[in-house]
Ligand binder design. Structure first.
Ligand code: CA
Length: 243
């Protein structure tokens, strides 16, 4: 096929199909886009600390766009939050595909995963824009940000997290959970059948307060979900689990 034919086919084609495959650690997605217009098409990909993104574009319309391919090769990375943007043919109107890291807690084994969001003063859905993802190895923690910036969110007010992890309990026993928060906090403990074994719900604006419950647990695998928000003023989040 000559390059003229390629260009001609390119311009005349109403169906340029992109198979867009993204592989992330413990996460993958694939989709097909059917573009029925001509002109520039923008692609935006955001990814976040701790995630390796490998992206493949495959054009059924005969070939890769070299510049696009270059863009794809450029985003394999492990590092701080970054975002890249590229504009290429053939769509006239801007159309973008945004691949977010998973926004639901992933309950990793042996470390906390923190998903940071803007806090919205809405009891039915307090989760605003996703900000970033971070991790913490230690099971027990006490983070006191006082009036300052909360973690690396860039925010000192109206910020929230969903923290999750999976734990393996070698010993049965009565475990003591103590959580502390300024402002709101709620804790859920699930067993491997996703049954709720413990729930503490103190989702409200408050000065730093601590809440303690104990629960008898057989040895086994458990999932912990800790949700927290800071409305305004000082901010602090604490979690301890002891036998
Ligand atoms: Ca506060």
């Amino acid at each position: 096929m000559t390059s003229n034919n390629v260009i001609s086919r390119w311009i005349k084609s109403f169906f340029n199909v992109i198979v867009f495959l993204i592989s992330l650690i413990a996460y993958g997605s694939r989709r097909t886009l059917v573009l029925s217009w001509l002109g520039n098409n923008g692609y935006r990909l955001g990814f976040f600390e701790g995630i390796i993104a490998t992206v493949f574009f495959f054009y059924i319309a005969d070939r890769f766009v070299p510049a696009l391919n270059e863009f794809i090769n450029g985003i394999r990375a492990l590092g701080r939050q970054t975002e890249q943007y590229h504009t290429s043919s053939p769509a006239r109107e801007s159309s973008e595909t945004i691949q977010q890291p998973q926004l639901e807690p992933s309950f990793p084994l042996e470390r906390w995963e923190f998903l940071w969001f803007r806090y919205v003063e809405d009891r039915s859905n307090p989760w605003g824009d996703f900000i970033s993802q971070s991790y913490k190895n230690e099971l027990n923690f006490d983070e006191d940000w006082d009036q300052g910036i909360v973690n690396n969110s860039g925010l000192s007010n109206n910020v929230a997290f969903k923290a999750s992890r999976t734990i393996q309990l070698e010993n049965a026993g009565r475990y003591i959970f103590r959580i502390g928060a300024d402002d709101g906090v709620r804790l859920f403990l699930y067993n491997n059948l996703s049954e709720t074994k413990l729930e503490i719900n103190e989702w409200k604006d408050q000065q730093y307060s601590e809440f303690e419950r104990s629960v008898e647990l057989p040895a086994g695998v458990y999932k912990i979900l800790l949700e927290w928000y800071e409305h305004y003023g000082a901010a602090r989040a604490r979690f301890t689990m002891t036998l």
